[in-house]
Design a binder for this molecule. Sequence first.
Ligand SMILES: Cc1cc2nc3c(=O)[nH]c(=O)nc-3n(C[C@H](O)[C@H](O)[C@H](O)COP(=O)(O)OP(=O)(O)OC[C@H]3O[C@@H](n4cnc5c(N)ncnc54)[C@H](O)[C@@H]3O)c2cc1C
Length: 446
Amino acid sequence: MKYDIIIVGAGTGGALAAKTTAKLGLNTLLLERKPAESVGDKVCGDAAEQRDFDQLNIALPKGDELENTIKASNLYSPDQRVCRSLSETGSAGFIINRIKFGQRLLNEARDTGLEFYDQMMVLKPKFSQGAVVGVEAKDMRTDAQKEFESNVVIDASGFHSPLRKAMTSPYIESEIEPNDYIICYREILQVGGMDWDPHCIHIFLSQEKAPGGYLWYFPESENKVNLGIGVYADPKYKVKEYYKRYCLPMAQEPIEIIHQGGGVVPVRRPLWSLVESGIMFVGDAACQVNPLHGGGIGSSMRAGIYAAETAADAIEIGDCSIDGLWAYNKRYAKDQGGNFASLDLLRIAIQRFTDDELNFGLHRGLLSNQDIMNIASGRIVRPSVLDIIGRAIRGIAKPELLLNLYFINNQINKMKDIYKAYPNRPDFERWKARVLKLYDRIRRLI
Ligand SMILES: Cc1cc2nc3c(=O)[nH]c(=O)nc-3n(C[C@H](O)[C@H](O)[C@H](O)COP(=O)(O)OP(=O)(O)OC[C@H]3O[C@@H](n4cnc5c(N)ncnc54)[C@H](O)[C@@H]3O)c2cc1C
C-alpha cells in the first residue's frame, strides 16, 4: 500500500507533523522505533516556552504534564555576578514532564485515525530516479525487514537520523560536524532546598566550567531540579566530570537522583535545505534548535506543522519534487531559520571569548539586557549614538572587545537580512556564499 505521507519518529516534531497531515486528510503512516508507551521519554532540560504553545495553538501543559511554571529565563556571566534575562517581561514558560507531554502529543496524533507502528526502526530511505519514495525498516518485535512507500517522507527521527545520513544531495548536510553539536549530561535531583529562584530557569555561561556550552539549573519545584551541562563534542572534555565538578555543587544536600542520562544537541544553523525530492526534515534531524540555549521542543513542533502543511499542498498539486516542497524552506527561514543562524554566529563568538572577557562585557553593560533579549527573539539590534558613546566609555579598558561586540552585532543583523532573502528555488550557491562569508568573518575575527 502506498501512503500519502510517512512520518519517521513520534517525538515532538513527528507527532505534530503526523497530527497535522492526518487532520488535513492525508493518508498518514507514523513509524516509531520505541514502544508506544515510551514515546516522549527523552533526556532533556524539559523547559518549554509558552509563546510556542500560543502561536501554534497547542493546549498548554497542565495536570501531571506540568512540573513547574517559569516566569523568566536568566543568563549568567561566568562569575555569576551579572544576570541577563532571555525572556520578555511577562512571557512565561514551563518545565514539562517529558513523557506525559510526549504521550499526549502521540495520543492526539493517533486520535486522528492515522496508522501507527511502534517498535519499527527505520533504516534508510527508498529511492527511485533520485527521489525518496518511501523507507526501509526493521520490525523490532520480529526482526522482519519491511518496506513502506509514500509520496512524501517527513524525517523527524532526531539528531542521529539514518535518513539524513543516507542523503547525497548537495543541499543537505548528511553529517553534522562535531563543532556544531554539544554533548550533554543531566540529572533530575530531589534536593534539600534551593539557592536559586524556583520559578526561573538559570543558564550559566563559562568556558572554564562548560567549554563550548553552558550549565543549566532548571527547577521543577522547590525541592526538585533538572541540573545539567553541555560541552564541546570532543573526547578531551569529559562531560560527567565537568558535571560532578561544577554542576553538582549547585544542588543542596540531601540529594537523591531521580533520573540521569545524556544526549546530543545540535547547536548550529538549520540545514541548508530542509527538503529534497520526496523528503522533508524536521526538528533535531534538521538542526532546528536554538544555538544559544539548546531549546528545540518548540521549534520542532513548529517545523512539524510547517512541513506537514507544505506537504499537503505539494501532494494536492501533485508535485513532491524539491521544487514542490520548497515553500517549507522559505517559511521556516523567514520565521525561525534566520534567527537561529544569527544565534549560531553569537554562539561561535561566545565560545571564543574568555571568561574574563565575558565577565567584563556583561558587567560593563556592553551587552545589555535589551540586546540579549532582542538577539534571542530575532530582532535587529541597532544601538543609538548616545548608547554607543556610553558603551565606549564603559568599555574603555578593553576597546578591542567593544569593537568585536559591535562587529559581531553587525554580522548578526546581516545574517537576519540574508535569511529574509532565502532563495525562491533550489538554486542558491550565491546565497550560500553570503552566509558562509559571515561565518568566515566571525571565525577570523576571534
Ligand atoms: C540533554 C538535553 C537537554 C535538552 N533540553 C531542552 C530544553 O530544556 N528545552 C528544549 O526546548 N529543548 C531541549 N533539548 C532539545 C530537545 O529535546 C530536542 O530539540 C527536541 O526533542 C527535538 O524533537 P524531535 O522531534 O526533533 O526529536 P526527538 O524528540 O529526539 O524525537 C525523535 C523520535 O524519533 C524516534 N526515532 C529515532 N530514530 C528512529 C528510527 N530510526 N526509526 C523510527 N523512529 C526513530 C525516537 O525514538 C524519537 O521518538 C534538550 C536536548 C538534550 C539532549
